[in-house]
Design a protein around this ligand. Structure first.
Ligand code: GDP
Ligand code: MG
Length: 439
């Protein structure tokens, strides 16, 4: 993929010490090829390389002690700029409800993103409602209702006999009377951009005057996604893009070209099918991810969002008193699990983002299930005082949890090590407060 190619190129540069203009140009040629292979728009690549070349073959870089690092820094900066510089926030209406309209082709992920966005807004303390304005596919309304039930958020529907414009209008009145401060309208898509779809979307826009029109596009379609974005922007006008299925996009072409080609920023990215797999798009972090510097900031944010600060303090206290038990161990594990799929989490850690190291992770998720089963099969006394778990108890626990004695032994050993490690951590670092001792 793109990341590996760029990382290889830069590894060579780093290793070189002094660089000549020729070295830099050769490296940039590799970067150019890697970007084109990643399906980045040709014009975008050309401009991008030109900009970097001007900066990178300058005297200051070549004469510096770490020219390789300097070049990488320049590429990182330019990549960040290419994707919009800094993150683009949603704009909220002065008088609620804020109206957000999701548009896009069929299957791009509008309905899923409606749910994800509603979830994230709810977590931010908003009171979102969703409007089901796709009347053409029988399952579409039901799909949104299921999401609403799961999120415990209202979904406004009028069946499939009213016009989308009427539904949108009535939905907003409903939101007003129901005290919802944000409404998200899930609209219908077609397989291709056509007049009928655009006319319908324009009528809705005309009627409800959305604060945000967000175009949902599928990252896996590469430059097609960028073309679609251009068309929607020309014909309807969009405020930004939600780039979905980035989890399945090995190339990255759309992520890198959307802003440069359309002028409209990517505001969110979809990283999976689950409702919590929507992330605010940070160009700087994306650039670092591509260049293999990991994505420590996203990781920390994820950790902070899912880890209960009070619980962490409690743990610290327990560690001090040497009362950290297997129950706490289980609790910790669940918190890590709440952060999302392990492979996603570990992919953000620098040095682990290379695909190779992540192969065994499926197994690890399974191990977590084992550990949960084992601890659940213990008596409360055993969980508090694991030292007391002798051979016959181990046998009983293994039987009860459907695991082997070796599994039980391994867990007890792991627990001991974790406890020791956590003690070391909590002793020194004040800044660990409110965070998992693992990190
Ligand atoms: P719509 O026709 O635009 O409303 O698209 P849907 O929301 O129904 O999504 C189409 C398919 O894409 C569904 O199977 C979703 O689960 C899937 N999907 C949506 N967003 C993502 C994403 O970010 N990652 C992955 N892997 N799948 C996604
Ligand atoms: Mg849909």
């Amino acid at each position: 993929g793109l990341a590996e190619k760029l990382q290889d190129t830069f590894k060579k540069l780093r290793g070189k010490g002094k660089l000549s203009e020729k070295d830099v140009k050769a490296a940039l040629k590799e970067v150019k090829l890697a970007l084109l292979e990643a399906d980045v728009n040709y014009k975008v690549v050309k401009n991008f390389i030109k900009k970097i070349e001007i900066r990178a073959v300058g005297h200051e870089v070549l004469a510096s002690l770490t020219p390789g690092q300097q070049v990488i820094k320049i590429v990182n900066n330019e990549l960040t700029e290419l994707m919009g510089g800094s993150k683009s926030a949603l704009s909220f209406a002065d008088s609620p409800p804020t109206v957000i309209m999701l548009v896009g082709l069929q299957g791009s992920g509008k309905t899923t993103s409606t749910g994800k966005l509603a979830k994230s807004l709810k977590q931010d303390g908003k009171r979102p409602a969703m409007i089901a304005a796709d009347i053409y596919r029988p399952a579409a309304i039901k799909q949104l209702q299921v999401l609403g039930d799961r999120l415990d958020l209202p979904v406004f529907t009028m069946g499939d006999q009213s016009s989308p414009v009427d539904i949108a209008k009535a939905g907003i009145s409903f939101a007003q009377s129901n005290n919802n401060d944000v409404v998200i309208i899930d609209t219908a898509g077609r397989l291709h951009v056509d007049e009928e779809m655009m006319d319908e979307l324009k009528s809705i826009r005309q009627e409800v005057k959305p604060d945000e029109i967000l175009l949902v596009v599928d990252a896996m379609t590469g430059q097609d996604a960028v073309k679609v974005a251009n068309k929607f922007d020309d014909l309807l006008g969009i405020n930004g893009v939600i780039l979905t299925k980035l989890d399945g996009d090995a190339r990255g072409g759309a992520a890198l070209s959307v802003k440069a080609v359309t002028g409209k920023p990517i505001k969110f990215v979809g990283m999976g099918e689950k409702l919590d797999a929507l992330e605010v798009f940070h160009p700087d972090r994306m650039a670092s991810r591509i260049l293999g510097m990991g994505d420590v900031l996203s990781l920390i944010e994820k950790a902070e969002a899912s880890i209960d600060a009070e619980k962490a303090m409690e743990l610290e206290e327990k560690l001090k008193q040497n009362e950290f038990t297997l129950e706490d161990f289980l609790d910790q594990m669940e918190q890590v699990r709440n952060m999302g799929p392990l492979d996603q989490i570990l992919g953000m850690i620098p040095g682990l983002s290379g695909a190779g190291q992540l192969k065994n992770l499926q197994v690890d998720e399974k191990q977590l299930d084992h550990i949960t089963a084992i601890i659940n099969s213990m008596t409360p006394e055993e969980r508090r005082k694991p030292d007391k778990i002798n051979g016959s108890r181990r046998k009983r626990i293994a039987g009860g949890s459907g695991t082997s004695i070796q599994d039980v032994n391994r867990l007890l050993k792991q627990f001991k090590q974790t406890k020791k490690m956590m003690k070391q951590f909590s002793g020194g670092a004040k800044k660990m407060k409110g965070r998992l001792p693992f990190f």
